[in-house]
Design a protein around this ligand. Structure first.
Ligand SMILES: Nc1ncnc2c1ncn2[C@@H]1O[C@H](COP(=O)(O)OP(=O)(O)OP(=O)(O)O)[C@@H](O)[C@H]1O
Ligand SMILES: [Mg+2]
Length: 150
């Protein structure tokens, strides 16, 4: 069964990201699936913060990929501009086994849904309300979605 968390502010979305970051492991590949402005990058900021990266996280506008060096390396992709291009044609490598890989607009590169070990869907419910639904993931991730206030 899918579990979801509703957040009512940027701060809450970042906090969920931090809680996810605390249980992520090298090799995890997180697909973030959601429309413009649903909070994908804010979630990544929280994840990165928990992994020791506090600055420089933003949606890569003209590049598809950012690398951050935290306690665990983070590979941050944003495939918004992929626009039907096949992943193999982007020149990007496969997700690294020793890093945490986070992919915004993962649905634009179908192959990533095969690789993703964790899938999170994001939707806007109101101006400042976002719903983050765990579509797929191991128990350590599921636990974060079950008890958002703990
Ligand atoms: N509960 C919330 N959680 C996250 N962001 C929120 C929330 N409420 C309002 N916002 C606003 O929604 C926007 C989310 O921006 P963000 O860059 O994280 O979205 P995104 O999904 O990465 O979009 P894009 O597809 O353009 O990269 C920000 O402007 C933020 O202020
Ligand atoms: Mg973004």
């Amino acid at each position: 069964m899918n579990t979801f968390v509703d957040t009512t502010s940027v701060a809450e979305t970042r906090e969920l990201g931090r809680r996810l970051g605390q249980v992520l492991e090298p090799g995890d590949i997180i697909a973030l699936e959601g429309d413009l402005g649903t909070g994908k990058t804010e979630l990544v900021k929280g994840i990165a913060e928990a992994l020791g990266v506090t600055t420089g996280v933003h949606s890569p506008t003209f590049v598809l990929h950012h690398h951050y060096q935290g306690r665990v390396p983070i590979e941050h992709y944003d495939l918004y501009r992929l626009d039907g291009m096949a992943w193999v044609d982007t020149g990007l490598d496969e997700p690294a086994p020793d890093a945490v890989t986070v992919i915004e607009w993962a649905e634009r590169a179908g192959v990533l849904n095969d690789w993703a070990t964790i899938r999170i869907g994001l939707t806007s419910k109101a101006e400042t309300r976002r719903r983050l639904t765990l579509l797929h993931g191991p128990d350590r991730i599921r636990a974060v979605f079950r008890a958002p206030g703990d």
